[in-house]
Design a protein around this ligand. Sequence first.
Ligand SMILES: [Zn+2]
Length: 350
Amino acid sequence: MIYTPTFSIKELPEDYVTRKFYSLGHNPTYHKNNGSYNCGCPICHEGKSWGKKSRCWWLPEQNLIYCFNCGRGYTPYNWIKEAGNLTYQDIKKEVLGGEYNIVNLDKEDDELIDEELIEDVFGVPYDSVNLLEFLDGSSDSVINKAVKYLKERGLDSAVNRPDKIYLSHKDYTHRDRIIFPFFDFIGRIPFYQSRAFGGTDNEVMEQVRYLSKVGAEKSVFNLDKVSGDIDDIYVFEGPIDACFMKNGVAVAGVSVGDKQDLTDLQRSQLAAFTLTHRIVWVLDSQILDKTSEEKTHKLLAQGECVFIWPKEIGEKYKDFNEWAKGEGLNEIPVDIVKTNVKCGLADSMK
Ligand SMILES: [Zn+2]
């Protein structure tokens, strides 16, 4: 059979793009967990952070190369053309010179990837920056204010905080709020919650403490942090409290008291752990919060396991963030919680 190689700029062969990404990008790395690659951007050189940060990503599954520093998305063809200073003919020659099997769609394509697509790919607004990269300060006053807030709450050093906490200046709904990404098992962000911290002059928006990602089903926070070394998973209501406890996850503002409050996605995500871990609910102090006490009874009646705040601690602090801060800790030890868990009605609070 005679095979005639053809050339399509819409679908350059993945290994061709990967090879160009490695030869043109600075210090390229492969990320096995989600099949992506990143490098220092050869187009913008990433300003002052050149050589230190790698903010340019090649996402084969999305057929997209995106640089968080330029803030631009490219089709692989456009990127190779620009980064390699190559012409259409050059690229065509290189591709056809290799042994590639591609479809024929012989047409130029200069369009930029749009913002919504980037958000689909990364899960957070397209212009988001990771606040944890600016703990030593930034020239941006809103970022500095957000970092100050994170530090005041001890989130910069909390043992179980996510690897990234974002801020976007441009998102219509979530701009200048702190964005907590809900990473799943493989590092995607199906859901996020943003929190007001005084980053805007918009009084109405500032009064809405938490906002959810628009149109997304709630997922479980911190799934990528769950370890097999601890037999329990601690399910908090809010993401901030979950940052102070190993194996702490959160379900984001459900009116807990009933497992039915969880979304289908959350239920299936938690169900994945039931063979390997005991699921323990951790609510606010039952001593200081009447609603929390009611929810505890409800959960126990359903056979669930719940952390019962010891009197001397539960009288003093209303949640884990306060507790950690009050005691100058970046972690509430697992043992304290583990020894104060009750499961089911037989164990119910007297
Ligand atoms: Zn760039």
